[in-house]
Design a protein around this ligand. Sequence first.
Ligand code: NDP
Ligand code: OXD
Length: 321
Amino acid sequence: MNKGTLALLIHGGTENWSPQRWKQRFDEVCGDRRVLQLPDAGFDPADVHYAAVWKPRPGELAGFPNLRVIFNLGAGVDALMADPGVPKVPLVRVAVGDLTGRMSEYVVLHVLMHHRQELYLRASQREKRWAPKFQWPASAVSVGIMGLGTLGVNAAHALRHLGFRVSGWSRNPKEIDGIKCFHGSAQLDAFLGQTDILVCLLPLTPDTRDILNRGSFAKLNRNSPMGAPVLINAGRGGLQNEADILACLDDGTLGAASLDVFVQEPLPGASPFWSHPKVVLTPHNAADTDPDEISKYVARQIERFEAGGGLENVVDPARGY
Ligand code: NDP
Ligand code: OXD
């Protein structure tokens, strides 16, 4: 197979996650392969064989008639699944140790923050109040992870290592040493009923949309040593019913929430989440994809594909993840 041209279609970003930085990294790892950063006035869409994308505009990928593979520069592909104009070629997502490790850092940080009563302790410090509360051991707390995929399993092991009781919920049955596994809608209630801290690392699909709602929160363990159950969502905003989260925090159905993702991003200034005393909020950066790592991952896959080998981490369009 001849060396195909790679086009980068990247929207958004920060100083260290800019389209320019991606272009630089791809140029370094792609050798003599042509790398285009779109928009680029001087190219023919028919020349593009591979696209590496983040948040392409709906319909944007439809304009490339000769695409061979699309590489999503993140783990979640919900935006691409929602775009009927995306060409029907293999879609590869990110599943690499670097991203997985970052997500486990986020999950461990936030589980510990709630388990170790950091919200209460910081408020006490601000008020100069010396008022310790009993600290339960990790072994008294049950963390339930929704999504036992690349990210969920690694976070489960990290939490298990710290001594938490850890369970997980997935679509298909699993057996994982030290982790209590539940699956399917028939076992969802049993999973929720034994969970004190609910961590959501699900992909957003038609089946999972809005799954974090009052009905689910009310089923969490009401006898948690922490008083009330806690929600941590780093999956996608579309998984959560935001009005339900706020109402459940206010009436005590939930004790606290850590939220990295929102229905509307960036989160509008008027959102009550910004100043809610029981919410720890981060701007969708639980786990960034690193241009250094991911450009190598994509370049390696293209080389192998052109040599006749298979692609890794190809999304199943029927499942939507
Ligand atoms: P994977 O595809 O590896 O795992 C997905 C898991 O969810 C699997 O265990 C799967 O079950 C389970 N699942 C999917 N649908 C259902 C369902 N209907 N019922 C029960 N379980 C279901 O994904 P990753 O672990 O790599 O990533 C998960 C998500 O994390 C991404 O899709 C993305 O949205 C989000 N993410 C967020 C980031 C951030 O910075 N906030 C960064 C990176 C990812 P099964 O194993 O049976 O197939
Ligand atoms: C991802 C993300 O899906 O950063 O990788 O949200």
